[in-house]
Ligand binder design. Sequence first.
Ligand code: GTB
Length: 220
Amino acid sequence: MTITITAIARSPDRGEGLARDMPVRWALEEAGLPYAVRLVPFAAMKQPAHLALNPFGQIPTYEEGNVALFESGAIVLHIAQRHGGLLPDDMAARARAITWMFAALTTVEPPIFDLDMLGHTDGDRPWYRDRLAILQDRVRNRLGVLTQRLGVSDWLEGDFNAGDLMMVAALRRLKGSGIEDEFPVLAAYVARGEARPAFVRAFEAQRAAFIASNGANAPL
Ligand code: GTB
């Protein structure tokens, strides 16, 4: 059964692998599953054909036979549950790995997202600097806990699993914030994730898709 996912035709990250199709591509590569990608322009995301796949009009989506999914975390979990290599077999360890997926999406990424957005939306506001300091401290708090948790381990729970995949994807959004340099343990963790052959294949595929549809220097 062919797997088809969607990604943005003109991704604002310019092919840096920060859009939400990246964790899905990475999971598919880790699982060794071939997949097709349909690039969707922003306007088409709000049309009935795409809204039938994702009612919020967003990417990524996932289609395989009669399975149609949205939400990157749900898609990665679906892939991980059906194919080897992304979740431990042991029930308790599997539950812990899934817990880290949720931690990445609901505890670690939201403050990183808020910090990232602040500069884009409110950089000219009089309260910008005060708000920036608050959001940076929230992010540092989460990164401090993660640093302690990782300690000298390579991954969060034994072998690399879908929890690490979602966590590394979330932490990658710190690039350019300057904060990642304060947490060398996490910088090394992200680098380990990015060095995985499956990550490299996924990254190159999304980068190639961006260049094919925009050109390497296309204005956005
Ligand atoms: N919770 C959903 C999921 O995880 O799947 C969120 C999906 C989402 O935000 N999708 C974005 C989208 O479709 C694209 S990735 N937006 C269109 C819309 O909402 O109308 C968002 C994205 C782009 C660029 C960066 N970046 O440069 O860091 C990060 C995230």
